[in-house]
Structure formats: structure tokens, C-alpha cells
Design a binder for this molecule. Structure first.
Ligand SMILES: Cc1cc2nc3c(=O)[nH]c(=O)nc-3n(C[C@H](O)[C@H](O)[C@H](O)COP(=O)(O)OP(=O)(O)OC[C@H]3O[C@@H](n4cnc5c(N)ncnc54)[C@H](O)[C@@H]3O)c2cc1C
Length: 353
């Protein structure tokens, strides 16, 4: 294996090297690297910020393509017939390798409404449509209008409208079919205003001292979100091992209503339009006996947040997968619910129930 240890490129600081490593700084290099690997039958790992990846200690037996493309293109005043004021919108196309939180900071500064609650999320712009990044009541699917990508099956560049991206809770067609699409750019459409979008998330509304559904100045929303996230170890900080993570390790499960009714009445839940019920994975973990800081001297649950699995400094991927598997089994035994991992696992697996 050659190239840098992937432990140096992932926020968990775990993972061996790739067989080879390509730095793609523009779109032509990115597509070329993927096409060359595909033609040679070499597996490809698309790597951007490394904040949602768990890579095996043995590394990756193929080409690691690091996406560091750049460019932000703004088209002001592209409102269409239904919009009362065509000038009150901006259409913004961003290269995959751009830093997500820098885009959010820029959006807040320039009055682009709709991603302010997604402040502080690490990683690249191109990865956001992959798992339909979301937090504090916003998801990128609310502002993305289209995603331009290299289609590795049809071998051509395609622009996929948001309605065809298969966006759902922490998922999309890009996540469902990971060997097929390389996101090249994402296009967002932002309303222009000083006030952010209506605050949907109760904890954020309390922090801002507004009623849920009301609006607040965007800069205040960003500051409030960053403050809430820091307290949970959800903003990267080299000095804080609670942030040596991939964010939330498990997604919140959606259960059929009969299964949800069997859970204790105090389990936080939210009924969905499709008849399922969304349950808090953090609550299930805590009430299965895995409290904050649970683990050993190498891997633990964050001491601030039970959903994040963290590297305390000397961990291996095996250690992390071992803890994840213990939690999955514990929650299954206690509540009959199988938690599903949110980050992509590369060369390592969690057992199935
Ligand atoms: C402290 C912390 C907090 C977090 N908080 C949140 C949160 O609040 N909400 C949330 O949704 N997520 C959160 N995450 C997860 C993560 O930050 C996001 O999923 C982010 O979008 C990943 O971006 P990345 O560039 O780091 O992707 P990577 O980790 O490099 O890649 C993630 C996956 O996407 C693929 N991929 C990356 N770029 C592309 C591309 N251009 N085309 C196709 N596939 C691609 C990779 O192959 C991989 O499968 C958090 C993570 C951490 C460490």
C-alpha cells in the first residue's frame, strides 16, 4: 500500500493506507482518476473531508481519490414566475471539494437563507447530498435544486434534479448506489433575507428565545447552533477527543407504529406521514445501559453525546467496530430494535442481526 495513512484523512483518525492515492484538484482530474481506475477494474474510494468514513485498519485495496476541487458560482436574481420578487433569490453552484462550513458562513454573511442551521458540520459540499446532511430542523434537500455528477455506469456527466435525487432521512440515490455517482457540483437556491428560515427544532428555538416556527437573524442562528454543537462535541476540535468521531454513529430508527407502541412511553418519538414512528437512537442507547463515556481507554461513546463513538487516541478500527457492535446487540436485546450505522464502512463490517 502507498499513499498517506487514511487515519490522517479521517476525523476518527482511523484507517490504513490506500493502494494508491490521487489528489484531484479540478473536475477533469477527478473524472479522469475515476475513469482510469474503472477501466483498470480497480476499486475506488471517494474521499473528501473524511468525516463520515470508517476505514479498515488494513486500508483500502484500490485507488483513493481525494476530492479537493474548488469554485463557487453565484447567479443572482433567478426567481421564476411564482416568485413575487425575482431579485430575492440566488442560485449558487458549488464544487464538490469546497468546505461545507465555509459555504454556510458565507451564506449567513450574504443573506442566503436555508442552511444556517447546518453550521458547524464538517466535510465537503459534495458529500452533503450523499446522505442529505441535516441538523437542527434543516436538510440540504430543502435548498439543493440539482446535483451534477459523473455517472460511472453510463460514463457521462449528468445533472440530476433534486426531485430525482431520492432524498430521504440521511439518504439519497447517491448513498444507495455508492459505486455509481461522483458528485461534481451541487446547485442550491437560496432566498435572500437577513432572517433565517423558520426555526423548526425545539432546542434551537429555546436557545434563540423564539417560538418554534418563528424566524431569527441568521447570524444569531449560526452562533446558537455552533454553541449547541460545541457543547455536544459536534464541532471538530483537535484538543477534544469527543470530536474524534464520525458524528452520530447510528441513525434514528423508523419503526412500524405497533413496534413503536411496545417501547416505553417516555421514549422520544415522532410520528411520520407514512405511518412509521421515528425513535431517538440516543435514548435507546442510553436506556440500554450505554451511558456517555461508556467504553475502554481506546474507544468510548462521547462524554457529551451518546450517539458519537470516539477515538480516545490509541484506537484501531477493530476497537471502534467492536464497540459499535456491542451497542447494536445491547439495544437489540433490550428493545428489539436494530440500529443502523450512519457513516460509510470501508473494508470493515458490522454483524447483521
Ligand atoms: C463532529 C461531526 C459532526 C457531524 N455532524 C453531522 C450532522 O449534524 N449532520 C449530518 O448529516 N452529518 C454530520 N456529520 C457527518 C459528516 O460530517 C457529513 O456526512 C459530511 O457531509 C461528510 O462529508 P465529507 O466530505 O467528510 O465526506 P467523506 O467522509 O469524505 O465521505 C463520506 C461518504 O460520501 C462519499 N463521498 C464524498 N464525497 C463524494 C462525492 N463528491 N461524490 C460521491 N460520493 C462522495 C464517500 O465516498 C463516503 O462514502 C458529522 C461528522 C462529524 C465528525
Amino acid at each position: 500500500m502507498t499513499g498517506p495513512l487514511l487515519a490522517e484523512r479521517t476525523t476518527l483518525r482511523l484507517g490504513g493506507s490506500g493502494r494508491d492515492f490521487v489528489e484531484a484538484t479540478d473536475e477533469a482530474e477527478l473524472v479522469d482518476a475515476v475513469v482510469r481506475a474503472d477501466e483498470a477494474g480497480t476499486p475506488v474510494l471517494l474521499l473528501a473531508g473524511g468525516s463520515n468514513l470508517v476505514v479498515s485498519d488494513d486500508g483500502f485495496p484500490g485507488s483513493v481519490v481525494h476530492i479537493s476541487t474548488s469554485g463557487v458560482h453565484v447567479e443572482p436574481g433567478t426567481g421564476s414566475g411564482a416568485d413575487a420578487d425575482a431579485d430575492a433569490w440566488a442560485t449558487v453552484t458549488v464544487a464538490a471539494g469546497e468546505d461545507w462550513d465555509e459555504l454556510v458562513a458565507h451564506a449567513v454573511q450574504h443573506g442566503w437563507v436555508g442552511i444556517e442551521a447546518l453550521s458547524g458540520i464538517p466535510g465537503s459540499v459534495g458529500a452533503t447530498p450523499v446522505q442529505n446532511v441535516g441538523a437542527y430542523g434543516q436538510e440540504v434537500s430543502q435548498t439543493i435544486t440539482s446535483v451534477r455528477c459523473w455517472d460511472r455506469v453510463d460514463k457521462k456527466v449528468r445533472t440530476i434534479a433534486a426531485a430525482d435525487c431520492g432524498f430521504g432521512y440521511r439518504t439519497s440515490r447517491f448513498k444507495q448506489d455508492p459505486q455509481r455517482y461522483v458528485v461534481l457540483t451541487a446547485t442550491f437556491r437560496f432566498r435572500l433575507d437577513d432572517l433565517g428560515a423558520p426555526v423548526q427544532y425545539a432546542e434551537l428555538a429555546r436557545k434563540l428565545d423564539v417560538e418554534p416556527g418563528r424566524r431569527a437573524p441568521m447570524s444569531q442562528v449560526r452562533d446558537a447552533v455552533l454553541d449547541l454543537r460545541r457543547k455536544k462535541g459536534m464541532v471538530l476540535d483537535d484538543a477534544d477527543h469527543d470530536t474524534w468521531s464520525a458524528g452520530s454513529f447510528f441513525t434514528n430508527p423508523f419503526l412500524p407504529s405497533e413496534a413503536a407502541e411496545r417501547l416505553p412511553a417516555d421514549a422520544p418519538r415522532c410520528d411520520q406521514p407514512d405511518g412509521t414512528t421515528k425513535i431517538s437512537a440516543a435514548w435507546l442507547i442510553e436506556h440500554s445501559g450505554f451511558t456517555r463515556g461508556y467504553g475502554n481507554d481506546r474507544v468510548t461513546l462521547s462524554t457529551k453525546h451518546t450517539l458519537a463513538l470516539t477515538n480516545r487516541g490509541g484506537a484501531t478500527t477493530m476497537d471502534l467496530v467492536g464497540l459499535a457492535s456491542e451497542i447494536q446487540t445491547g439495544v437489540l436485546d433490550k428493545f428489539g430494535v436494530w440500529l443502523v450505522n450512519e457513516p460509510s464502512l470501508v473494508g470493515c463490517e458490522l454483524p447483521r442481526p
